[in-house]
Design a protein around this ligand. Structure first.
Ligand SMILES: [Zn+2]
Length: 445
């Protein structure tokens, strides 16, 4: 049996607990005790140990675009479309051979940031001309191999993407994304299987890229296999306008009619919602994944986080386009963006934001993790509290300090299923993650 002794640990309440001994049996937490010095057989984790962080919404290959979409070639500021064009161009270039090192390095960066579970919203399925690879799940398997190497649990949210827009066929690079029909998508997904650190999940890209009948088929497939089911929802006002013009209803109501709002559903972004949309999400038990750093970067808007929470919708977090990879930044952004939008403080406390980054995220991805408690998966992330950003925070302010001032760079250790992945700020398997990112990004740029 392995043991970790945490100088401080967050056990789910409003403050940190001192001197917490976590014993691990297999890949699960066997017991949690506090108040005693470290026994000789325990690994000491200095700082504040959190349950492993869950990054619920990721497109791993977008990592290669970081810093490269802020401006047009002539120097004019880039728009959402600058980003989209570069993302499509990159998607057009990737091969299984270049995707594996890129995804491995991107997921290893997440591990360094304290992430132990990722939801990979995967739509880059086929070869450059849209024809399936000999193994039609080759690109999905690249992501599974990358996650194994990076030491991160993966929920492969295999995404159905059929249309370039409402009533428009998939064209250009979008042909790499499309299986042609929801039936063909389901047939391909049947070739994927769960493993100890792998969950297969379903996703409909959006109401733009998937028609209502196909959304209904995807939802039924996910229900039949009790899979998580994710969907991009109302990220941009244009998506709402197109949906309203074509179907006479909001994207949320369309999902509801298609049977795609259930307790296994995670709606990603949910930025531009009506009060009726929020009520539908709440009544269905669906959760919402906010991606504040991407929403900022792309000027998408500020999602109605407090209103959703008040309606009873569980919130989780994702780094989506990886403009930055820092779940602590995503967490505090939920509160800080709300402050800017309302001119008032105090919508979300640190513990509530940490729950979004851990337990709610784990649930959205289908993992029994996200809490330091007996019986849960033994996934841990430790934040150093002795560095310049967090030095001086008293015990009673530890959660506030870590959530409102800590960064990914303060994470020193991660543990996945009881096994150390990041130790002393270094990745045990990948080694020099920055070098891996440089090489992988150079190869696709
Ligand atoms: Zn996304």
């Amino acid at each position: 049996m392995t043991a970790y002794w945490c100088e401080w640990a967050w056990l789910g309440g409003d403050s940190a607990t001192a001197a917490v001994l976590v014993r691990v049996d297999g890949d699960r937490i066997a017991s949690v005790h506090s108040g005693a010095p470290p026994p000789a057989d325990a690994t000491v984790l200095s700082g504040l140990t959190l349950p492993g962080l869950a990054n619920v919404h990721s497109h791993a290959f977008h990592r290669a675009l970081r810093g490269r979409t802020q401006r047009e070639p002539g120097g004019r500021p880039g728009s959402f479309w600058t980003w989209r064009e570069r993302m499509y161009a990159l998607a057009g270039r990737l091969t299984p051979e270049t995707y594996l090192p890129l995804a491995t390095a991107a997921l290893a960066e997440m591990a360094l940031a304290g992430v132990t579970a990722v939801g990979e919203f995967h739509y880059l399925h086929h070869g450059p001309d849209g024809r399936p690879y000999a193994d039609p799940n080759e690109m999905g398997r690249v992501l599974l191999a990358a996650a194994a190497e990076a030491g991160v649990r993966i929920t492969l949210l295999d995404t159905c993407y059929l249309h370039g827009g409402v009533d428009r066929p998939a064209e250009g690079v979008q042909r790499r994304f499309s299986d042609g029909s929801a039936g063909a998508w389901a047939e391909r997904v049947e070739g994927l299987a769960d493993g100890p650190s792998v969950r297969v999940g379903a996703a409909a890209h959006s109401v733009r890229a998937v028609d209502p009948a196909s959304i209904a088929a995807i939802a039924a497939y996910a229900a039949g296999r009790d899979m998580p089911c994710h969907v991009h929802l109302s990220e941009q006002p244009a998506e709402n306008a197109d949906c309203l013009a074509r179907y006479g209803t909001t994207p949320t109501a369309l999902l509801d009619r298609a049977g795609a709002l259930t307790a296994r559903t995670t709606a990603v972004h949910a930025t531009h919602l009506s009060a009726g949309d929020r009520a539908l999400l709440a009544a269905s038990g669906a959760s919402v994944c906010l991606c504040p750093t991407t929403e900022r970067d792309l000027a998408d808007g500020i999602g109605p986080a407090a209103a959703l929470r008040d309606a009873g919708v569980a919130l989780s977090l994702g780094s989506d386009s990886h403009a930055v990879v820092d779940l602590l930044e995503e967490a505090r952004a939920v509160e800080l963006d709300e402050r800017l939008a309302t001119g008032a403080r105090g919508h979300f406390g640190a513990a509530e934001l940490l729950r979004a980054a851990t337990e709610a995220g784990a649930r959205a991805l289908g993992w029994d993790a996200g809490r330091i408690a007996a019986g849960r998966l033994a996934d841990l992330s430790t934040v150093d509290i002795g560095g310049v950003r967090l030095a001086g925070a008293g015990p009673e302010h530890l959660l506030d300090a870590v959530v409102f001032a800590g960064t990914a760079a303060d994470v020193t250790h991660t543990v996945l299923g009881g096994e150390p992945v990041v130790v002393g700020g270094g990745h045990r398997r990948v080694g020099d993650v920055a070098a891996a990112l440089r090489a992988a990004i150079a190869a696709v740029s």
